[in-house]
Structure formats: C-alpha cells, structure tokens
Design a protein around this ligand. Structure first.
Ligand code: SAH
Ligand code: AVI
Length: 355
C-alpha cells in the first residue's frame, strides 16, 4: 500500500514515541501509531495535483506514485540489473567511507529518507556500532510495507538502537522525524535527482530546517557521464525498468480510478544533455483515454507522451551550485574510481555563512 497522507510512526519499545507492552520488550512486530495528520494532504488536493500534472505540456505524473508494493519490488529488481551501476557503486563507496563519515560527524543517530528496502543503511549502522555510538535509527518512506519490513529487520539486528519508522512523504513530513542530538541524515540512491530543480531547493531548505547544528546530511548523487551508459541503465534488456515505468499507471488507476489502459503505453527513457537528466516517459502506441474524474477525460493520440520521472545527473560543481541559499554547505565529496556516483556530505552553515 502506498501512503501519501497520514504519517505513521512505528518502532521498537526503546523507540520512545511508541511503546506497547512491557517497556523492556523488544517488539519485533512494530507497534504502529498514527501521528495525527502532520502536514497531511487532503485526498482531494492530491487528486487536483495529479490532474494538474496530467494537464501540463508534456503531461506529468509525480514519481512518488511509482512506489506501491509492486513498484518497490521492481525498483529492487532494477538495483540488481547489470546495466544499473548506481546501487553497487554507491554500496562500494559507503563501505569505504562509513567509518570516516561516522567519525567526522560524531553521529549517534541515523535518519534515512526514502529508505526503501533499507539495506545500505547497515553499512553506516555497522560503523556506528564499531564506534559504540549507535543510539537510534529512523527510517522514512512512503511505502508502508517496505518500511515495516526494514524496521522489523533493523530492530532485530540492532537491538541496542531505538528503531522507528515514519510512513510519510519527504516533501511534506520531515518534522515527523523529530529532533535529536548528533544525527546523520542520509538520502541515498540518487533519489535527490528525481526532484525537479524547484522541488530540490525547497527540499534542501526543509532538511536544513530540521537539522541541529551538530547534524549532517549524506546525499547519494548519480554523476554526469556518457549518454550511452546512462541510457542503458534506464533501458535494460530484461525490460524491468519498462515494467516499473508502466506500473505507475496501475497505481494511478487504483488510487484515482483513472482507468488508464496500461498496455497502450510503451516505455521511453533518454538522456537530455542540456538539462543533465534522464527523462522517463510513457508513450501511447494507439489512441487511448483516461478519466480525470467528474466526467472529464484526457485523450492521448498515438505518439503522445507522459513524463513520469526525471533523474538528474550532477557534477561536484553543479551540485554545489544547488546548495546556494539553502543553509547547507559541502563538507566532503566521495566518489568511486570511475567517477560514476558520488556521496556528498553536507553540514549546516552558520547563519550569515557562505552557503
Ligand atoms: N534508499 C533506497 C531506496 C531508493 S528508491 C536505496 O538506496 O536503494 C527511492 C525510495 O524513495 C523508495 O523506497 C520510495 O518509496 C521512496 N520515495 C519516493 N518518493 C517519496 C516521497 N515523496 N516521500 C517519501 N519516500 C519516497
Ligand atoms: C530512485 N531513483 C534514484 C531511481 C533513479 O535511477 O532515478 C529510480 C529509477 N528509475 C528508473 N530506474 C530507477
């Protein structure tokens, strides 16, 4: 199930916010509490947003709708594809830098935004454990099923840590992660590249607003490289990315009764070197229609396209430029020998400081 509106918090007994049963018990089946409607989005507003997106030129669907359970499984399958170098490259970088990052930030708590299956986070949790400094871990994701599974697994594997999950949207629900001491926020996979430039600036300012002066933010970035390599990663031979792309229409059909004819759309992904982003689209192979509600329809001619995702590719300079005016500054930049991917460590800059 994809939850976009009510953030839900769950966690083990030591998680503080949620305690069900004996205080000492480790709750493997995470307790769940609805935190009220923290910046909750009204379903009608969501529908209006979705309709506004489809009425743009080109029509757009927000990429958060990829991640129902099937979409999250398909993303996991993408991470294992031979063409999709991002996941294994980021894992190798994190394995190399985890101790240094934990040491230099003095982090005792980890907060992962868009945590998905929650595997890479272990590289950092293990480094915190090696330092004897693992107090807490908060995972935030829009997909409740994957979040629950990762919170359960982390609760079991890191009993010394207070593990909590927040079902929420990282554009709207960041305050739900609460406050803390020395926290390391992480946003991996290059998911930051899925944000449009204006969304990115707002997101960085929102993250800055919840960071304390001793907190840090580690961001995974896919780097600009030759178009053929990039395009191969989004046009895999097995067709998994195509299925991931089309699945977004099934999510819309379920959520908003849009009645898209999924089979009428084909997968398109190409690199736009001017904007330095991969763009994923769905192209109608024949005339087809979808419902916008209230008796309205949107008609697609053969060849019409819907943009479903951008995936921006950065350089050190282009990413540093995005930090201007956000209150975050680049503290360290790590990459792999082929310069395929990078991990940028950001720190809050004091008011009036350079960034
Ligand atoms: N961090 C994982 C997963 C990355 S995939 C990894 O490194 O492999 C992107 C993740 O972000 C998915 O789990 C998806 O459910 C989540 N996501 C996408 N849009 C979101 C949003 N607006 N708010 C919260 N989570 C979101
Ligand atoms: C989650 N995100 C970083 C992926 C990306 O590469 O932009 C989503 C994805 N889209 C197609 N393949 C993978």
């Amino acid at each position: 199930m994809t939850r976009g509106a009510d953030p839900v918090v769950m966690g083990n007994a030591s998680g503080g916010a949620v305690v069900q049963g004996a205080a000492k018990a480790r709750v493997i089946e995470p307790a769940v509490v609805v935190l009220g409607r923290v910046a909750a989005r009204d379903p009608e507003e969501e529908r209006a947003d979705m309709v506004r997106g489809l009425l743009r030129r080109p029509p757009r669907i927000d990429s958060r709708y990829f991640y129902d359970d099937r979409g999250s499984e398909l993303f996991e399958a993408i991470t294992r594809l031979p063409e999709y170098y991002q996941t294994r490259t980021e894992e190798a970088i994190l394995a190399r830098i985890a101790d240094e990052v934990v040491e230099s930030t003095g982090a005792r708590e980890l907060v992962e935004l868009g945590s998905g299956a929650g595997r890479k986070v272990r590289l950092l949790l293990d480094a915190m454990r090696r330092r004897g400094a693992l107090d807490a871990c908060v995972m935030l994701d829009i997909n409740e099923t994957f979040l629950r599974a990762s919170v359960e697994a982390l609760t079991e594997q890191y009993p010394e840590a207070a593990v909590r999950g927040v079902v929420g949207d990282f554009h709207h629900d960041l305050e739900a992660v609460g406050t803390g001491g020395r926290r390391l926020f992480i946003f991996l996979a290059g998911t930051i590249g899925n944000l449009y430039p204006r969304q990115l600036a707002r997101f960085l300012r929102q993250v800055r607003a919840v960071l304390g002066p001793g907190d840090a933010f580690l961001v995974g970035l896919d780097l600009v490289k030759d178009a053929a390599r990039l395009e191969a990663a989004y046009n895999d031979r097995a067709g998994v990315t195509a299925e991931f792309n089309r699945n977004i229409l099934r999510v819309l059909n379920r959520r908003f009764a849009t009645a898209f004819e999924v089979e009428a759309f084909g997968h398109v992904a190409f690199y736009d070197p001017v904007r330095a982003w991969i763009e994923m689209r769905l192209r109608a192979s024949r005339p087809t229609a979808a419902s916008l509600g209230e008796g309205r329809e949107i008609l697609f001619a053969a060849g019409d396209e819907i943009r479903t995702e951008i995936s921006r590719k950065f350089s050190r300079d282009s990413f540093t430029a995005e930090l201007g005016g956000t209150g975050l500054g680049l503290a360290a930049w790590y990459s792999d020998p082929e310069r395929l991917f990078a991990s940028a460590l950001l720190r809050p800059v004091p008011e009036g400081g350079p960034a």
